[in-house]
Design a protein around this ligand. Structure first.
Ligand SMILES: Nc1nc2c(c(=O)[nH]1)N[C@H]1C(S)=C(S)[C@@H](COP(=O)(O)O)O[C@H]1N2
Ligand SMILES: [Mo]
Length: 240
């Protein structure tokens, strides 16, 4: 029996829910937004590759979220190691490449046409502060469905416009609460917080949550440079 058949047996309901999610995404992308994309890129009705499918169907623990009333408006401090890059959102492209069948280059308009997920979570910085904030954006796992990481992909590398860089394990990157966010507290993401696009996730510490992300690269091996702070001694996994 193949492992995907096993998955079927053990998680039939979950599988059904996930696959119906894929087909609505397929409809969206085959419909009005199609012209924005390379048409080859969005043939996602094809069978997903085995490894990606396994990650997506893995039962994952969801971190409890807060109600919007819990947002602490002024408590999210700006923490930027060097400078604040000014990125023109019209010119901006998110590149997705590496161990993927379909490398992508997406504009903000492309991303805004994908399903919007919002979550109110606690941001925790190891420098001793925390803040509840709401983030809105696209699930990284939905971008992975489009880019189709190969079965070799195990790590994800995030490159930022200020020279910051981060690497994550693929399971954390594909966790359903890991977003590429373009909104904060219901408004367009401010430049200081990483506009136009940043990572947001309740499963990782603040330093893992790259701001001004311009490139996402799927990797088969752990990179030599692990992350801006990790390369100065911070712990790599950075889980909460
Ligand atoms: N590109 C980039 N991303 C970054 C940082 C940075 O300096 N550059 N700082 C990190 C740290 S240590 C934290 S706590 C959060 C802070 O996010 P905020 O400034 O939106 O509060 O961003 C993280 N992501
Ligand atoms: Mo931080």
């Amino acid at each position: 029996m193949s492992s995907s058949e096993k998955t079927n047996l053990y998680f039939p309901r979950r599988r059904f829910l996930q696959l119906s999610g894929f087909s609505s995404l397929g409809l969206l992308l085959n419909g009005c937004s199609m012209s924005l994309f390379d048409e080859q890129v969005f043939r996602i009705t094809e069978p997903l590759n085995q490894s990606l499918e396994e990650w997506l169907l893995n039962p994952e623990k969801l971190v409890p979220e807060f109600p919007a009333s819990a947002i602490e408006l002024d408590k999210l401090l700006v923490n930027t190691f060097d400078f604040t890059p000014q990125i023109d959102p019209q010119e901006f492209r998110l590149k997705i490449n590496g161990e993927v069948a379909r490398p992508l280059s997406l504009s903000m308009t492309d991303l805004e046409k994908m399903p919007l997920t919002t979550m109110t979570i606690r941001h925790v910085c190891v420098e001793g502060w925390a803040a509840i904030a709401q983030w809105g954006g696209v699930k990284l796992r939905e971008l992975a469905v489009l880019a189709q990481p190969s079965s070799k992909a195990r790590y994800v590398y995030f490159k930022s416009a200020d020279g910051y860089y981060e690497s994550w394990d693929i399971a954390s990157a594909l966790h359903p609460q890991t977003l590429m966010a373009y909104q904060k507290n219901g408004e367009t993401l401010p430049v200081d917080n990483g506009a136009p696009l940043r990572l947001a996730s309740p499963i990782k510490l603040g330093y893992k949550l790259s701001k001004w992300v311009t490139q996402i690269t799927f990797l088969s091996k752990k990179p030599k440079t692990l992350g801006y702070w990790e390369d100065q001694g911070y712990e790599w996994f950075g889980g909460i």
